[in-house]
Design a protein around this ligand. Sequence first.
Ligand code: IMP
Length: 427
Amino acid sequence: MTVRAIIGAQWGDEGKGKIVDRFAEDVNAVVRFQGGNNAGHTLVIDGHKTILHHIPSGILREGVENIIAGGVVLDPFVLLGEITALEDRGVIKSPAQLLIGSECSVIAPYHKALDVAREQHRGATTIGTTGRGIGPCYEDRVGRRAIFAGDLLHPQRLREKVTQSLLEKNALLAALGAPTFEADTVITQLVEIGEKLRPYIRPANIRVRELLDAKASILLEGAQGTMLDIGHGTYPFVTSSHTVSGSACVGVGIPPQAIQDIVGITKAYCTRVGNGPFPTELEDGLGQELRDRGSEYGSTTGRPRRCGWIDAVALTYAARINGFSSFAMTKLDVLSGLPVLKVCVAYELDGVTYTNEVPVDADDLARVQPVFREFKGWTEDITHIKSFEKLPQAAQEYVNAIENLSGVRVAYVSVGPDRDETIVRNS
Ligand code: IMP
């Protein structure tokens, strides 16, 4: 039995889906524990690309149970679309493969509308959300107004909750100049979708604890990244959930000591979508080159991702918060052919040097001067290399530098998008 958490160590889009799919080969269950369809986890198998927003990345593995746990917020319309597409491809054959937690909060159409309307009125402090209603839905949970997936199966309870919620939401939407919602229309839509999802909706967290009792192997699949965590990221330019490893315990309802292994996922460079500080950002031609080489366009919104050098300060900070047992480094192949590579080893700000923590205030983080160390690049195509020792010397040195700076072993190196293009290093 192993319980392993997969956590984004940067600003999301690190390639968690690929690594989860890789580890899912020999687990019983994959569990999503936070976030919603702001995530876009990409899996490539034999050149065929699948992008998952809600469904855990174990779905392409036979015999794996995929669980959307209570910490997740879910858009039932998007989820049904995803299920239908996977049914049509013959991937989902039975509800035994997918459990939608009855305790998940539902993203209703008015949450999306509010997310978009608020962004339009934020001016200079626009966050650049995905517009999927994530923030407003989490607000409703904390405000004790959540609609749960289980409520979709109880029309009377749903009616009361939606009617109550729209009293406030319509006032807010009207104040922001956005269209308001008819309670009856929303309720009808949600009841209809609830019926379609009924076979999949069951208590999720109890199921995960049953699996723990049965000594099952479980992967806990994080979404977004540490620097987007609502408490430890670059607030307010963050998502509305906790993205760090502790969130896996809270989102699923399991004790911290149940988790034996915590793998931090980092790209070999760094990207960010949306606004907010990004100390190692490359705003020149090189940033565009990285974007083109790495196809750095959002898998959820299609937005171009901001690109920059890898940031060992932020990675070390992430390691300290999450307790990473190891790193998986993705997209090393994207750097092949660049003559010089840079790694941010420190920030300077107002006479203070930061090497393993980041300034708490996002305005301060926006002002830091990154200190870079240069590394030699390599020219070889590394996509088909299967062992670390066969990588060009310069690539090994680059990976080893991240290991030495962060104090966390880089145990997995991904050298291409496909399932098989991952090097597992000997311990
Ligand atoms: P929200 O999660 O849609 O509210 O967006 C808040 C911030 O998090 C924005 O900057 C988004 O671009 C970013 N974000 C949310 N989800 C992801 C993700 O899965 N990958 C990368 N960035 C994300």
